[in-house]
Design a protein around this ligand. Structure first.
Ligand code: PMP
Length: 386
């Protein structure tokens, strides 16, 4: 495992001297390894055994529109949203996907008419999630095409607006900005969980995307889910996944069901684990400490600025809390125009503003790496002087 990790040079590695002095810290990706500690502590609570004869069929429930959706997984999705209070599940169809990435493409497919003369425009307010433009355009679909920043979209024609809330990269809560009747909305709620942002009310949109990658930290399981109001849209999304991968790994869905169950169990007053804290408490506490350290380091260096978040009441924690996003959206001050290159010279790999549709004095930095990497990052940031 160690050798395999070292060979993936693009990701964080544990190589280098033990002080970490020469080591490059890669915080470009949002790899959620911060959560490993929690799941290690859970021990065998989420271990599952799948015998060779199980999960062999393509089908899970042929009475469901999403016929490859494992009922156990669907049950735990509904339960978790109820426990957290972050999304309405009543009157919704659940569509499971290989990550929310596959569901994103399924949504574009389902929301674009197949007989239109022109591809449908896909927009999102900048700074937007850096994968949206490339995921939309890499196959040069005739159905839809990337049309850039939603704030400057002025075409009088049908469009799809992607609303990411809280937003990747900057962590702010968002609403749609185009607001025209010809618009279809996709709400990407990957980060609408209590460790990242105050939960204000259950989200109640037409089409909402969620993923275990950011909620529980199991990015490698590749499981996401969509909550869809419209039956025809749910059918088309299911069709897309059928054409694309003939369903979604049952092994992963069963594992995801167990992980979601453990998260819900950890939150319940009666059902809580005797020896442990709730999953969201854990995540919230780690991120609160990290954001505190980060703000102190940024202040000490005097070279950067950070977003500020207004405190808001969180219905999950029953407290007024501040957002503590999964990414830092850092701005280089003092005339540094290319923040990504500047930090790279200090051996910190980040993703520059141009990937998100804005200027290169901004960078996005992951807050979800392992303690060791995060601590190195903070120490290096403190040492940077003008
Ligand atoms: N949407 C947003 C806003 C994300 O940040 C990510 C992951 N970086 C995804 C979707 C994709 O998640 P998944 O791993 O479920 O494909």
């Amino acid at each position: 495992v160690q050798r395999a990790r070292l060979s993936v040079s693009n990701f964080s590695t544990r190589s280098g001297d033990h002080e970490g002095g020469e080591r490059v810290i890669n915080l470009d990706h949002g790899d959620p390894t911060m959560y490993e500690i929690f799941w290690r502590q859970m021990g065998d609570k989420t271990t599952i055994t799948i015998p060779g004869w199980q999960s062999m069929s393509y089908f899970s429930d042929i009475t469901n529109i999403c016929w490859f959706l494992e009922p156990e997984f669907a049950k735990e999705v509904v339960r978790l949203h109820k426990v957290v209070g972050n999304a309405v599940t009543e009157g919704r169809y659940i569509v499971v996907g290989t990550g929310s990435s596959q569901l994103f493409l399924a949504a574009l497919y389902a929301l674009s008419p197949h007989d239109a003369a022109q591809p449908k425009s896909v927009v999102s307010a900048a700074p937007y999630y850096s994968s949206y433009p490339s995921m939309t355009d890499y196959q040069k679909s005739g159905l839809y095409r990337w049309a850039g920043d939603a704030q400057s979209f002025d075409k009088d024609e049908p469009y799809i607006e992607l609303v990411t809330s809280p937003n990747n990269p900057d962590g702010y809560v968002r609403r749609s900005v185009v607001n025209r009747t010809e618009g279809a909305l996709v709400h990407d709620l990957a980060y609408y969980w209590p460790q990242y942002t105050p939960i204000s009310s259950p989200a109640d949109h037409e089409l909402m995307l969620f993923t275990v990658s950011k909620s529980t930290g199991h990015a490698g399981m590749r499981i996401g889910w969509a909550l869809v109001k419209d039956q025809e849209v749910a059918k088309k999304m299911t069709k897309f996944i059928e054409l694309n991968t003939i369903g979604v790994s049952k092994d992963s869905q069963l594992r995801a069901a167990n992980v979601l169950k453990a998260v819900s169990d950890s939150c319940g007053r009666e059902g809580s684990f005797e020896e442990g804290e709730s999953f969201f408490n854990f995540g919230h506490n780690v991120l609160a400490e990290r954001w505190k350290q980060l703000r102190a380091a940024v202040q000490q260096s005097g070279m950067f600025s950070l977003p500020n978040f207004s405190p808001a009441f969180c219905t999950f924690f029953s407290q007024v809390l501040e957002a503590q996003p999964a990414f830092v959206w850092l701005k280089c001050e003092q005339g540094i125009e290319d923040c990504e290159s500047f930090l790279r010279r200090h051996k910190i790999l980040t993703r520059g503003g141009k990937h998100f549709g804005v200027t290169p004095d901004y960078v996005r930095i992951s807050m979800l790496d392992r303690d060791e990497n995060f601590n190195l990052f903070i120490n290096r940031l403190k040492a940077i002087e003008g």
